[in-house]
Ligand binder design. Structure first.
Ligand code: SF4
Length: 410
């Protein structure tokens, strides 16, 4: 039986089918394409009400909703595709710490054992095990996939509210996404760059000379805020109600965990080890992560010139007005990014999207009322569990923001 974190990328595929959780529409597809470039039959999982119901049937009921949703999507895919469990690799990253995310893969293992699927392979890379099991060149390609998916999502959110022909932006972005899947599956970085650039050029006209709509910053738990199925398509709902959404990107987490290593090294190490840790983090951040991010943002500039992210130290500085950095994790980013959305990016409202019972989501929800008063903007804290319509509370907020009298103020 394969144990957690033992599944390694062979570089040959070995006839394995790899399933990628559908956390974010572009990311899952581009990650799958990246794994196809090294021979795996990699597929992005699909979610809907029936896969969530299947996941809920096999979990305990108290887990945060990304857990049953990813589990159900996988179980449904294995059954639908009739793949032998020993041929399956489930890509389920993990993390240490008190948050439940670190338990997802362990619970999945128990569920597979109960189903008699002992041989399902789970691949659980994390920052703590240096993304164990993934070779260097694949890791680099996956990072490109992550940044490009953030950019494709930003393109959509930046331009779709202003489209003249309904559905035109989604159709154009989808056509380019298909080309990107093909480029990632060949690990062809020149073709990837050219596709990002041509998407930006084709969308550029739509991004300019429009009367801006009220901007709404969307923050919160990384899975639910990015997953339109679980958050009832909160960004599209903001658009339907007359606004424009700016969703905090996934890359924020990668840059944050790298910066955190630097902060921890400063506190825990001394002498040459501290100096070496500082140099390594600087090189990683400046010569790798930020260099790749900068390159794609330059290509995306015709559309995203006013949608750049702020450096992580600035986000943390704002977040640390409410929590110490030693608190670690998503709550700091959620608070800090919200403050910057309002102070620097001109957001007129914030949506804090979290799964029901989410630990960082509960903490930020207890702090946001104070921030709401301080920043004098509405902040909606929405919890999602796959039922009901949590986005209903956006109706009065967006009505207030889109009143003609307020539009003339902005
Ligand atoms: S961040 Fe929230 S939703 Fe995600 S695993 Fe932790 S508690 Fe669950």
């Amino acid at each position: 039986m394969a144990r957690l974190e033992e599944t390694k990328i062979s570089g040959r595929g070995d006839g394995k089918v790899m399933y990628i959780p559908p956390m974010e529409p572009w990311g899952a597809r581009l990650f799958a394409a990246s794994f196809r470039s090294i021979g795996y039959d990699a597929r992005a999982l699909q979610e809907d009400a029936s896969t969530l119901a299947l996941g809920l049937k096999h979990t305990g009921g108290g887990e945060c909703v990304p857990c049953p949703s990813t589990t159900g999507a996988l179980l449904a895919a294995i059954q639908r595709d009739a793949v032998s469990p020993d041929k399956v690799i489930f890509f389920m990253p993990t993390a240490c710490g008190p948050c439940r995310f670190g338990q997802y893969a362990k619970l999945d293992r128990i569920i597979f054992q109960r189903l008699g699927w002992e041989d399902v392979n789970i691949m659980s890379p994390s920052a703590e095990n240096a993304y164990s099991g993934i070779d260097n060149s694949t890791r680099i390609l996956l990072y490109h996939a992550l940044v490009v998916s953030d950019i494709m999502r930003k393109f959509t959110h930046r331009v779709r509210p202003y489209e003249k022909e309904k559905g035109a932006v989604d159709a154009l972005v989808e056509a380019h996404t298909k080309n990107l899947e093909s480029a990632f599956s060949r690990a062809d970085k020149a073709a990837i760059a050219s596709e990002v650039s041509s998407t930006a050029k084709e969308l550029a006209d739509l991004a300019k000379s429009q009367t801006p709509r009220p901007l709404v910053g969307v923050v919160g738990e990384i899975y639910v805020r990015c997953d339109p199925f679980l958050n009832n398509d909160v960004c599209r709902r903001i658009e339907e109600l007359g606004g424009e959404a700016w969703l905090a990107p996934i890359n924020e987490w990668i840059l944050y965990t790298t910066h955190l290593q630097d902060l921890l090294a400063r506190e825990q190490l001394a002498g040459p080890r501290a100096i070496w840790a500082k140099i390594r983090n600087w090189l990683e951040t400046n010569l790798f992560f930020e260099r790749i991010e900068r390159k794609y943002y330059e290509l995306a500039d015709p559309v995203l010139h006013d949608r750049h992210e702020h450096p992580i130290p600035e986000v943390l500085e704002e977040g640390m007005r409410y929590l110490p950095w030693q608190f670690e994790g998503e709550a700091l980013l959620t608070l800090g990014r919200s403050a910057l959305f309002v102070k620097k990016d001109g957001a007129k409202a914030i949506v804090n999207a979290s799964p029901m019972f989410c630990m960082p989501g509960t903490i930020t929800t207890s702090i946001f009322p104070a921030m709401e008063k301080e920043l004098a903007i509405p902040i909606a804290c929405n919890f999602y569990d796959g039922s009901g319509n949590p986005n209903q509370n956006l109706v009065p907020i967006m009505h207030y923001l889109t009143e003609p009298s307020r539009q003339s103020e902005s």
